[in-house]
Design a protein around this ligand. Structure first.
Ligand code: 0O2
Ligand code: 0O2
Length: 238
């Protein structure tokens, strides 16, 4: 009988939605306390059916073992500013009582041969269904903005080349992975400076919000600039 994918994936959708909400709430809590949030923004997805089928064939996973043997049907990605934040987020996840860590893969210290870097955590997450609880596996990928930039570009090139990159592209990707690694290292070196600047910026925003609306033209245009910056920033919701 043909598999009912939408029924099978329904709990995974619920798990991804709940996890995104919870990690975005963590960021909000740090912001409310006026502290640096190790979480910059959060995305998530349920693996598309064609990717599930492709991975089942590639990894010889039987349909009846999908729930236990394919760990990334529910996927959540947490982007952070600094490499140290990755380990802080991993700690946060280990301490949570609403999920259980099953496995951790550190591709930050041990990058993949492709140059890929990220910290992967597989968790068991219980969701509440109408009449029972169901435990869902979810893969949480934690990475810096720089690692995410590299992985996103490499992933899209994969669609074109199906992993068989021409030699020059492969060499370039390796070099960009190294450049991305160096960028993360440099940023970690000036972390204090960057955070101080971010604190000043955040404080100036609070100050601007407290100003009355009817002040001079110059001030209004300054507020306008702040507003457009506000409108453009990710604010943890993507
Ligand atoms: P592609 O081509 O696969 O990149 P919302 O929560 O409603 O604000 P929404 O629409 O649910 O937003 O999307 P969200 O949460 O911003 O993220 C969806 C995109 O994030 C997907 O892109 C995925 O690429 C990517 N993504 C997020 N987390 C993961 C993960 O853990 N694993 C993988 N493989 N991808 C992830 P698209 O749109 O599917 O396009
Ligand atoms: P997608 O499109 O991201 O959903 P396997 O999938 O067999 O290679 P495994 O053991 O299941 O690997 O898990 P692993 O290696 O911890 O994580 C696999 C996921 O990590 C991939 O999902 C990617 O999201 C990401 N990833 C791993 N290696 C690379 C890489 O070299 N480049 C990029 N851009 N991403 C990578 P999928 O299944 O490929 O699918």
């Amino acid at each position: 009988m043909e598999k009912n994918w939408s029924e099978f994936l329904m709990p995974y959708n619920q798990a991804v939605d709940e996890l995104k909400l919870k990690f975005r709430a963590v960021r909000k809590q740090y912001q409310t306390m006026g502290e640096h949030s190790p979480i910059e923004f959060v995305t998530g997805r349920v693996k598309p059916v064609n990717s599930i089928i492709e991975k089942m064939q590639r990894r010889y996973i039987r349909e009846e073992l999908l729930e236990t043997d394919m760990q990334d049907i529910a996927g959540v990605r947490i982007m952070v500013q600094f490499v140290d934040d990755i380990y802080e987020v991993a700690n946060l996840i280990r301490q949570r009582e609403d999920m259980r860590v099953l496995e951790e893969r550190d591709y930050v210290s041990n990058s993949k041969p492709s140059g890929y870097r990220s910290y992967h955590i597989v968790v068991e997450y219980p969701i509440q269904l109408l009449d029972h609880e169901k435990k869902i596996l979810a893969e949480i990928q934690v990475r810096t903005l720089s690692m995410n930039f590299w992985a996103t570009i490499e992933h899209s090139l994969n669609y074109k080349y199906q992993g068989e990159f021409p030699e020059d592209i492969s060499a370039r990707l390796k070099r960009t992975a190294e450049a991305s690694f160096m960028l993360d290292q440099e940023m970690s070196e000036i972390r204090e400076e960057v955070q101080e600047a971010q604190r000043i910026y955040a404080a100036s925003q609070v100050e601007n919000k407290q100003l009355p609306n009817d002040h001079s033209t110059k001030e209004s245009s300054e507020n306008q600039t702040t507003k457009s910056l506000d409108d453009n920033k990710t604010d943890g919701d993507k």
